[in-house]
Design a protein around this ligand. Structure first.
Ligand code: SF4
Ligand code: SF4
Length: 289
C-alpha cells in the first residue's frame, strides 16, 4: 500500500494503544489533551485565536490554560480513575512547540508516568529545532499539520509566521520556510522512530491541488497516517465553502493508495479527555455519548 516502513514492537504498541492511530484502539483506549500551550507562532487564515487550534481541535470552545504542575495533577487524577487513558497529548490551544510549558509538562509526565504514550500536534515550524527535546522526554507520536507543498499555495493559507524573532508576512519566502521546516521535522521524527501523523485542512478552491501531492510525499517519507480535515469556514476564510462529505471521501479515496487515511477523527477540544467521541465532560467528570 505504498508503505515502506516496518514497525518494530515498541512502535506497534504506540499504534495499537493510540486511539487516533488505530480505529480499533479508539474503542478501547482513551487520550487526554492538556491545554498548556496558548501562544502560536503562525497565523492560519482559518483560525480564530480565541478558540482552540483547529489543527487538532474543534473551534467554539475555549479551554482554561493549565500550568505544567496543574497538568501533572490532572493526569494523576485521570489515570487513577480512568486507567484506559493511555495517551497524553498536547494540541493547543496554540502551537505546543512555541510554548515552554509544553516541554516542562512532558518532562514531568514522562518522569512520573513513563508508560503513558506522549503525543504532540504542531504546525511544524519549530519541529526541527525541538525534535531532540521531544525525544528526550519520550514523545513518540507527532502530528504535523501540512496544508500545502507549493509555497505559493501556502502563501494563501497563512497570514504570517514568526521564526527566530523575525516575522515573515504572507508570500513565497514565508511558504518556503514553513514547508521546508515541516518536511525536515517529519524526516527527523521518522529517523528517530517516532510515529508521524499528518493533518491536512481541506480548503476548497485553495489547496485542492495539494492534498494528493502531500499524500504521495509523506508516504515516501514513512508517515504512518494522514488525516484530511474539512475546513471550518471562519476568520479570513469565513466566505469559503467547506468540502462536502462526498468531496472529502473522494479525496481520501485518491490518497488512500499512498498513505493510510484516518476516518475516525473527532476534532477534539484541546482539553479533551476520554475515548474518542465519548469524552468525559470536563465539568461533571461524566462521559458524554
Ligand atoms: Fe491557529 Fe493552530 Fe494555525 Fe496557530 S497553528 S494559527 S493556533 S490553527
Ligand atoms: Fe485524535 Fe482527531 Fe482527536 Fe486529534 S482531534 S485526538 S487526531 S481524534
Amino acid at each position: 500500500d505504498g508503505t515502506i516502513v516496518k514497525w518494530d514492537p515498541d512502535q506497534m504498541r504506540k499504534i495499537q494503544e493510540h486511539p487516533c492511530y488505530s480505529e480499533k484502539a479508539s474503542h478501547t483506549f482513551g487520550r487526554a489533551h492538556l491545554p498548556v500551550a496558548p501562544k502560536c507562532n503562525v497565523q492560519c487564515n482559518y483560525c480564530v485565536r480565541k478558540f482552540d487550534c483547529v489543527n487538532e481541535s474543534r473551534p467554539g470552545v475555549t479551554s482554561e490554560i493549565l500550568n505544567p504542575e496543574q497538568a501533572l495533577k490532572k493526569i494523576r487524577d485521570i489515570v487513577a480513575e480512568h486507567p484506559y487513558i493511555k495517551v497524553v497529548g498536547i494540541a493547543g490551544p496554540g502551537d505546543p512547540l512555541y510554548n515552554e510549558a509544553t516541554f516542562e509538562t512532558f518532562r514531568l509526565i514522562h518522569e512520573n508516568f513513563p508508560d503513558l504514550i506522549l503525543c504532540v500536534s504542531t504546525n511544524g515550524l519549530l519541529l526541527p529545532d525541538k525534535i531532540d527535546l521531544l525525544e528526550k522526554y519520550g514523545v513518540s507520536n507527532i502530528t504535523v499539520t501540512m496544508n500545502a507543498l507549493d509555497p505559493d499555495v501556502a502563501a494563501q493559507i497563512y497570514q504570517f509566521i514568526n521564526y527566530q524573532g523575525k516575522r515573515y508576512d504572507s508570500g513565497r519566502e514565508m511558504g518556503e520556510l514553513l514547508i521546508g521546516k515541516q518536511l525536515e521535522g517529519i524526516r527527523l521524527a521518522v529517523e528517530r522512530k517516532m510515529l508521524v501523523k499528518v493533518n491536512t485542512v481541506y480548503i476548497p478552491g485553495i489547496n485542492d491541488s495539494q492534498i494528493l501531492e502531500i499524500a504521495k510525499k509523506i508516504s515516501s517519507m514513512g508517515v504512518y497516517i494522514h488525516n484530511i480535515i474539512p475546513l471550518i469556514a471562519q476568520a479570513k476564510f469565513a466566505h469559503l465553502k467547506p468540502p462536502t462529505m462526498e468531496e472529502k471521501l473522494a479525496m481520501q479515496e485518491l490518497c488512500k493508495p499512498y498513505v493510510k487515511q484516518m476516518s475516525h477523527c473527532q476534532r477534539c477540544r484541546a482539553d479533551a479527555v476520554g475515548c474518542l467521541g465519548k469524552d468525559i465532560n470536563p465539568c461533571t467528570g461524566h462521559k458524554s455519548e
